[in-house]
Ligand binder design. Structure first.
Ligand SMILES: Nc1ncnc2c1ncn2[C@@H]1O[C@H](COP(=O)(O)OP(=O)(O)OP(=O)(O)O)[C@@H](O)[C@H]1O
Length: 729
């Protein structure tokens, strides 16, 4: 197999080349004199196994050698692209590559992310059907980069006369990355929210787009683990704003803010925060954000930082009650000045005896509400700008937070991992369930392929009435419930479920056996995080702001939790206090909505693979890679794609298209059904008995046929070449 490496030196006179390769985690240098054995990675060509289903043996070994040989790039499994993150940008995403892949049929060129973009775009244009590119993989595997590359491809091939809307859609990405991405221990640019981007087309032209956001990680705004950072935008602001602007917002440097310095270092190697602020400002300009909107955004960000530096002293109140006194009046003054809240109104409203922990929690709750409302406002504002024009068909791209296992896993990880389970279910449904149901329906002689069905896990987490998230919701609506009572209920209902584990000690956690591994969730803070309520007096205070943008944001917050007047069947009105939807309930609803939307689209899957856990360039850590291939079901996928019939051709389509390949005089199918035609003249002539089968209205073809040393191989190759030139009708 082929080893990936980097050319260190080339002695033209001596025709000697020095190559460095990383083998088993160790860097080694080779001197090669046989230059014909050296090939550019992107030219690995048909002799490399680009399509995993062409592997003669889908054992772990052969898969690993394949992935190794395509460390820079990608490999197909049917219409699933397996993309290995090289952790180094290669010059393979330019306009020349776009042109190369544009309009090409999947599989005719070496695997590339643009091939999926091209296939989705062609299918949408040809069939007028909606397409969905589902990008999955663990944190740091390359989902966000893949999303951007697909979008870049679509922007380049769309036939629009004006570029403005396309440019605005493209600029929405860096803007949301600034506000929604952060350094984690797994990924320096980790998306801390899920994103579903629908790009609308009319006659092949991009007319608009819409972004749906999922569950921004709020806890990061007020706490960060060691070696992690808060959202990029804060550091960008402090590094990039001129001194006079910083003075206007009362800001100094990142290390001075509690909300920014908890992770240790405020710097991120390889990221130039100051320059990124300029990119953010230009993105805002392209999107048409007004100066006033930009100013309000910066005011809110600065106010959050000031709030983080507010501290309290213990104070004995009358009647022996414990209370606190603000020890940093200046920070409070700055926050209220920036948010344009009347000082008197502030003093009047926020006055409740709290202990220090409660006071800190209250402070953090305001900071989280400010930032997350700002984030939702940004998404809504971007949508106002880009969600327009005719919406005939769309290509959507799903980039949702990757599966996460940390040392400490909390409510956020449960939601993220549950979302990944739903995605895996969607994948299984398309690749295994629907496929095998089709074989059964068509009565094809078929040995069922087992796959890891994760439905039981989804039920454990979300099935009514005792799924973990439902138990959490019930407890969240109980004023006296605690994290402990919630845990007790989980143990009581699920202790016998083999996917559920109780801790050995009496620690406050439960374990879940996810498809990607066992995760222990610590339930401390689950109820508060799920309730996510902001005190009414604080909401009212923020509504009273003279900044109309801020005031409207919190009017929306009030609206979402207001009493509703409902009409009864007998015509009388009753006022009901509905349960405010919890975070888990809203997240579950939005996931269900997402899955329903995706189910109506033709799917394309991109499985991103993380090459190692050290974020090291061009280093392939085999156990790490194999583990991802294993749990994502790739072994079974290769099997079903290899043994099954993933290529579907309608009889008449097939007959019309390949009639020209039959040597000699071929009778037209006059009076005869196209099915009879193709059976007698094509399949039986060229393909071995078990490589295809004909059912009601389609021919099902195996793909692995190309592998056999048989005259058919020549035919298939010839056929594939021809396919490349025959317009895809
Ligand atoms: N195709 C690529 N070429 C070069 N580098 C890449 C590529 N894809 C990803 N990377 C590198 O890997 C890093 C992590 O990728 P990315 O942020 O896309 O991961 P992710 O799967 O979206 O992770 P998360 O779930 O944490 O958001 C990128 O910042 C980039 O440095």
């Amino acid at each position: 197999y082929v080893l990936p490496g980097e050319v260190m030196e080339f002695h033209r006179a001596g025709q000697v080349i020095t190559v460095q390769a990383v083998i088993g985690g160790k860097s080694q240098v080779f001197t090669l004199t046989n230059l014909s054995s050296v090939r550019r990675r992107q030219d690995l060509g048909p002799t490399g196994v680009e399509d995993m289903i062409c592997l003669s043996n889908y054992t772990k070994i052969s898969i690993s050698s394949k992935v190794w040989s395509s460390a820079v790039g990608n490999t197909y499994t049917g219409s699933i692209l397996v993309a290995v993150n090289p952790y180094r940008m290669f010059d393979i995403y330019g306009l020349d590559t776009v042109k190369k892949y544009e309009g090409q049929i999947l599989g005719t060129l070496p695997p590339h992310i643009f091939a999926i973009g091209s296939a989705a775009y062609s299918r949408m244009s040809k069939d007028s059907t909606n397409q969905c590119v589902v990008i999955s993989g663990e944190s740091g595997a390359g989902k966000t980069e893949s999303t951007k590359l697909i979008m870049q491809y679509l922007a380049a091939v769309n036939k629009s006369q004006s570029n403005l809307i396309t440019e605005q859609i493209l600029e929405a990405s860096p803007l949301l990355e600034s506000f929604g991405n952060a350094k984690t221990i797994k990924n320096d640019n980790s998306s801390r929210f899920g994103k579903y981007l629908e790009v609308y087309f009319k006659d092949g032209v991009i007319t608009g787009a819409r972004i749906t956001e999922y569950l921004l990680e709020k806890s990061r705004i007020v706490t960060q683990a060691h070696e992690e950072r808060n959202y990029h935008v804060f550091y960008e602001l402090l590094a990039g704003l001129p001194e006079e602007s910083k003075a206007k917002y009362g800001l100094t440097s990142a290390d001075k803010y509690f909300y920014l310095n908890q992770g240790g270092s405020c710097q991120l190697e390889g990221k130039y925060d100051g320059e990124d602020l300029q990119a953010l400002l230009s993105a805002m300009q392209v999107l048409g954000f007004s100066t006033q909107e930009q100013d309000t955004i910066f005011r809110i960000l600065a106010a959050v930082l000031h709030l983080g530096n507010v501290y309290f002293h213990r104070k004995q109140l009358r009647h022996g009650q414990e209370g606190v006194e603000i020890g940093s009046e200046a920070e409070i003054k700055w926050a209220s000045h920036l948010l344009q809240i009347d000082d008197e109104a502030r003093n009047e409203r926020v006055f409740t005896p709290l202990n220090i922990d409660q006071a800190l929690d209250a402070r953090d709750a305001v900071a989280k509400a400010l930032y997350s409302s700002l984030f939702s406002w940004l998404v809504r504002r971007i949508n106002q700008i880009i969600h327009k024009g005719s919406r005939k068909t769309h290509i959507s791209i799903l980039d949702i937070f990757g599966f996460e296992i940390f040392k400490e896993n909390s409510f956020e990880q449960l939601c993220i991992n549950y979302a990944n389970e739903k995605l895996q279910f969607h994948f299984n449904k398309h690749i295994f369930k629907l496929e095998q149901q089709e074989y059964a329906k068509e009565k094809i002689d078929w040995q069922n392929i087992e796959f890891q069905d994760n439905l039981p896990l989804i039920e454990l987490v979300a099935r009514k009435p005792v799924g973990i998230l439902h138990l959490l919701d019930d407890e969240s609506n109980f004023p006296k419930a605690t994290d402990h009572s919630f845990l007790e209920k989980c143990h009581y209902n699920h202790a016998l479920n083999e996917l559920y584990s109780r801790p050995r000690m009496s620690s406050m956690e439960f374990g879940i056996k996810h498809y990607a591994g066992q995760v222990w969730y610590s339930v401390e803070g689950f109820l508060d995080k799920n309730r996510d309520t902001l005190r009414n007096d604080v909401v009212e205070l923020l509504i009273s702001s003279k900044l109309s943008m801020l005031s409207e944001m919190f009017l929306d917050v009030r609206l979402s939790s207001e009493n509703k007047t409902l009409t009864k069947a007998n015509g009388r009105f009753v006022t009901m206090k509905p349960r405010t939807p919890t975070v888990a309930a809203r997240f579950n609803d939005s996931l269900t909505h997402l899955m329903e939307g995706m189910a109506k689209c033709n799917p394309w899957f991109i499985r991103c693979i993380k090459p190692n856990n050290e974020k090291a360039p061009l280093k392939l850590d085999m156990p790490c890679v194999l583990e991802q291939l294993r749990y994502s079901g790739m072994l079974e996928t290769i099997k079903i794609r290899q043994q099954g019939f993933p290529v579907r051709l309608r009889f008449n389509h097939f007959a019309d298209r390949y009639r020209c390949l039959v040597p000699g005089q071929v009778p037209r199918a006059d009076g005869e059904s196209p099915r009879a035609f193709d059976s007698s003249f094509l399949w039986s002539t060229f393909l071995s008995d078990d490589s295809s089968t004909s059912v009601n209205h389609v021919s099902l073809v195996k793909v692995g046929t190309t592998q056999h040393i048989h005259p058919q191989e020549h035919f298939i190759k010839h056929l594939l070449q021809l396919i490349a030139f025959i317009p895809d009708v």
